[in-house]
Design a protein around this ligand. Structure first.
Ligand code: CP3
Length: 347
């Protein structure tokens, strides 16, 4: 019996990439797709995230349409918090809103350990998704302690993360207690997804770029590191944040196989900061999805050439797909990457 060849995404993540270039898009499932908008009519975001049939269908939509090299599990970074009983909602056009923000030691009582039984619907959904996916890998994900803490402390989305940073600096002990609980929750949520069949996982520290490197290293990196450590070497791991040009070296130290890079740093420069022992993921500017095709295609080729300088490259956007994106443009990018990628990488 011969083993099936390793999927391109896993080969790239583990630095065994040939000329094949895998591609998927952050937020590939969601409002850019008419079939998603149709399915979601009358169902609240968090109800959709708790319904195995809906999770399955929404996760598969972009794979069927765009022929991307990976599915990403449809859920949200705040879903595990909801599952352990935190009173929160995801408000359309705003994001997560927390009923009782975490500001004192007593507020930590909301954050009990996540057990697999809290998210049985995730296990059920992932088993059926991987069945349909066959060789295409499913990427699981969780929010990193800092980004989750920001929502919990601020009570909702924040531009400056002022309350979060003031807790971090003013009461580092409370901050560390909060992040230890969040690291357990994120690690356990990832483990559930891996046990059900996810073949790679991404830790989203979307808002880490708001921090100075010193604060990141002292108060955030140890907690993100503990999430990766809790997984052992079960599956390849990806660590992503936005606005992290100054933090790429530190984020690489958390222990992932791949570091996700936003559009501000060219991938060859990013790779030099991340180190020769890791692959990179990214990093087309999502705003360019609105540009004329020939302009966009040339930028896609630039990303491919820069990524070829790294020990491994997974093509992605620098952040999520904007809801106004024409999905046909994404399909065309996938086709370009699959047809021209190998030649550009070999050049
Ligand atoms: O396709 C995928 O990438 C998988 C699904 C996914 C969602 N959220 C679905 C979603 C993933 C990976 C996330 C992660 C997530 N959620 C992050 C990290 C990634 C990032 O963008 O940096 C963050 C910060 C959140 C918190 C959150 N949830 C925000 C900021 C929003 C947007 C609010 C809005 O309406 O603009 C959400 C809601 C959300 N999560 C939607 C989707 C498809 C939109 C809600 C809807 O369709 O009704």
């Amino acid at each position: 019996m011969t083993d099936a060849p390793m999927p391109a995404l896993l080969a790239a993540a583990t630095r065994q990439q040939g000329t094949q270039l895998p591609v998927w898009f952050m937020r590939q499932a969601g409002r850019s797709l008419p079939e998603y908008r149709e399915l979601r009519v009358g169902t609240r975001m968090l109800d959709a995230c708790a319904d195995p049939g809906m999770i399955h269908e929404i996760t598969m939509q972009p794979v069927r349409r765009h022929k991307v090299d990976a599915a990403i599990f449809f859920s949200d970074i705040v879903l595990p918090l909801k599952a352990i009983g935190v009173d929160l909602d995801i408000v359309a056009g705003t994001g997560p809103v927390i009923a009782h923000p975490v500001r004192t030691r007593a507020d930590l009582d909301q954050l009990v350990p996540l057990e697999p039984g809290h998210v049985g619907f995730v296990t059920q959904a992932i088993r059926s998704i991987v069945d349909e996916l066959g060789q295409t890998p499913l990427i699981g994900f969780a929010g990193a302690p800092f980004t989750l803490a920001s929502y919990l402390v601020e009570g909702g989305p924040s531009k400056d993360h002022a309350l979060t940073k003031s807790m971090m600096a003013g009461d580092p002990e409370l901050w560390d207690q909060l992040c230890r609980r969040l690291a357990q929750i994120s690690g356990a949520f990832l483990r559930v997804q891996i046990d059900a069949g996810a073949r790679a996982v991404q830790l989203f520290d979307s808002w880490a770029g708001a921090l100075a490197e010193r604060d990141y290293r002292e108060r955030v990196l140890p907690h993100s590191t503990s999430v990766f450590e809790s997984l052992g070497a079960a599956v390849p791991t990806i660590h992503f944040g936005v606005g992290t040009a100054e933090l790429l070296g530190a984020m690489a130290e958390a222990g992932s196989d791949v570091v996700g890079v936003d559009w501000r740093t060219p991938l060859d420069l990013a790779s030099a900061r991340i180190g020769a022992d890791k692959a990179v993921q990214g990093n087309l500017d999502p705003a360019l999805l609105l540009a004329p095709w020939e302009v966009l295609a040339e930028r896609v080729r630039d990303v491919i050439r820069a990524g070829a300088q790294a020990p491994g490259h997974i093509f992605n956007l620098g952040h999520g797909v904007p809801p106004s994106t024409d999905p046909d443009v994404l399909t065309r990018i996938v086709e370009l990457i699959h047809t021209e990628g190998p030649g550009l990488r070999a050049a």
